[in-house]
Design a protein around this ligand. Structure first.
Ligand SMILES: Nc1ncnc2c1ncn2[C@@H]1O[C@H](COP(=O)(O)OP(=O)(O)OP(=O)(O)O)[C@@H](O)[C@H]1O
Ligand SMILES: [Mg+2]
Length: 241
């Protein structure tokens, strides 16, 4: 059964059609990758799903419920967790307090929120960084903190927007492992990423968009060989021999 279904979704900013009649769905427990050139409309599609924007047209179903135009805080409570392409930690709070903000989405109890935050941070390898302010953390740890904030809300669906951008190859490997662990625990994940080896390794299926429109959808190997995808995004160097 689909956990997320996007039906004929269009998002216009004035005359600019950022997302153009996009349809896709994600089965429970699967990872769907969303790729495409800069400005293709990937983050805008996420922002529509997560309630930041109300799509100009189309429908979004989450766990069978029509959630089109629902607000981000309602969607969060319903089990949608997301990260932002530009990380947005609360600078005055410690890493642990940042994660607790996520945990307060599902509990009013400070001790329970602290326990949840500690669990998530331990799982993500941030156990010894709990008392640091975000400004004192490495970029890789700040990206992990972003994932931790989202996970602390106890999501059924996790939306990850370029959480690996700017990381070293070994740091990318660590995040790939984290995402695999989450999948093994049954999490459904919708991931935007430009790092092809990561998206290829993680995705059950990939959707490619260009100028807001879907140009290809399929298993990673098939998508990577697709002429349209090579022309629009990957470039000839990526084409398999
Ligand atoms: N709030 C907004 N108002 C007006 N235009 C916007 C807004 N948000 C995004 N856009 C435009 O919509 C288009 C799609 O942008 P979006 O950020 O979704 O692309 P993207 O695929 O995430 O790109 P990238 O890979 O660079 O992150 C771009 O032309 C962008 O300038
Ligand atoms: Mg983006």
């Amino acid at each position: 059964m689909s956990l997320l279904e996007i039906q004929d979704m269009t998002m216009q900013f004035g005359g600019l059609v950022a997302v153009d009649n996009l349809s896709l769905s994600i089965e429970k427990g699967k990872i769907l990758g969303l790729i495409g050139p800069n400005g293709a409309g990937k983050s805008t599609a996420f922002n529509c799903v997560a309630g930041v924007y109300t799509p100009t047209k189309g429908k979004i179903l989450f766990d069978g419920e029509d959630v089109t135009s629902h607000k981000p805080w309602d969607l969060c409570k319903k089990g949608m967790g997301r990260t932002f392409q530009i990380v947005k930690p609360f600078a005055a709070l410690t890493a642990m307090e940042n994660v607790m903000v996520g945990a307060f989405a599902t509990t009013d109890n400070r001790d329970k929120a602290a326990a949840k935050a500690a669990d998530v941070m331990d799982m993500l390898g941030l156990g010894d960084k709990k008392d640091l302010k975000p400004g004192a953390m490495t970029i890789a740890d700040r990206k992990c903190l972003e994932i931790a904030k989202a996970l602390a809300t106890n999501p059924k669906l996790l939306l990850l927007d370029e959480v690996m951008a700017g990381l070293r190859p070994t740091e990318v490997d660590e995040i790939i492992e984290i995402i695999r662990t989450l999948k093994a625990k049954g999490m459904t994940i919708f991931v935007i990423e430009h790092i092809m080896r990561a998206i290829m390794a993680l995705s059950d299926e990939i959707v490619v968009i260009q100028f807001g429109k879907k140009i290809c959808q399929g298993e990673p190997e098939a998508v990577a060989c697709d002429e349209k995808v090579i022309k629009a995004y990957l470039g000839d160097d990526y084409a398999p021999a």
